[in-house]
Design a protein around this ligand. Structure first.
Ligand code: ADP
Length: 192
């Protein structure tokens, strides 16, 4: 299996690049942000709980996020592999992910970490907020808090994969096609 963690701060382009990678490599896409938003839309209990954190730019607690991701992963059944987008966001989540992949006899193949300067992130998110309808993109204070939470709680996840020699930093500034090209070559060279 080819299991990719697509990593990077909010606004780095994980969602856009995931779609392209899914069609190129035939992978299943698991985005915790998308799953939370679907639950918020259909007003499930999980959605209500998640919304109270997302609206402030905080992380949804590990216990909730890990349980949800595991059940989505199990629902997906057989697949050539997965793109994990927006997960793991804490070291606890990274350890849990390895645990349930290993139960299925597989593991993360590589982490692709999109690198984008902070001011560019804020601009991209404010722009997205104008037409995405995402409340967490409309408020600059919430955006700044998400970046702060990323720096304080999520950035360390890169060290976890670096220690396993699975970390690949990718320049996330450029055209969508250029960035896709960089990601694809990193996947192809790790797959040899
Ligand atoms: P972005 O990367 O643009 O912030 P996402 O769609 O990945 O957007 O996530 C939106 C929000 O959902 C996050 O700000 C956070 O509140 C919550 N969230 C998503 N993934 C996780 C996760 N793995 N752990 C905890 N909270 C999460």
């Amino acid at each position: 299996m080819l299991n990719i963690v697509l990593f990077g701060p909010p606004g780095a382009g994980k969602g856009t690049q995931s779609e392209l990678l899914v069609s190129q490599f035939g992978l299943n896409h698991l985005s915790t942000g998308d799953i939370f938003r679907a639950n918020i839309k259909s007003e499930t209990e999980l959605g209500k709980l998640a919304k109270s954190y997302i609206d402030k730019g905080e992380l949804v607690p590990d216990e909730v996020t890990i349980g949800m991701l595991k059940s989505e992963f199990e629902k997906a059944g057989d697949a050539k592999g997965f793109i994990f987008d927006g997960f793991p966001r804490t070291t606890e989540q990274a350890k849990a992910l390895s645990g349930f992949l290993q139960e299925k006899g597989t593991d993360i193949t590589l982490m692709l970490a999109l690198e984008v300067p902070e001011e560019e992130l804020v601009n991209r998110l404010l722009l997205r907020g104008k037409d995405s309808g995402r409340a967490d993109d409309a408020d600059e204070n919430v955006i700044r808090n998400r970046i702060k939470v990323y720096n304080e709680q999520t950035a360390v996840v890169a060290d976890f994969y670096n220690a396993l020699s699975k970390f690949n930093g990718i320049n996330g500034v450029g055209s969508i096609e250029q960035i896709f090209e960089r990601l694809s070559s990193a996947i192809n060279s790790s797959n040899k």
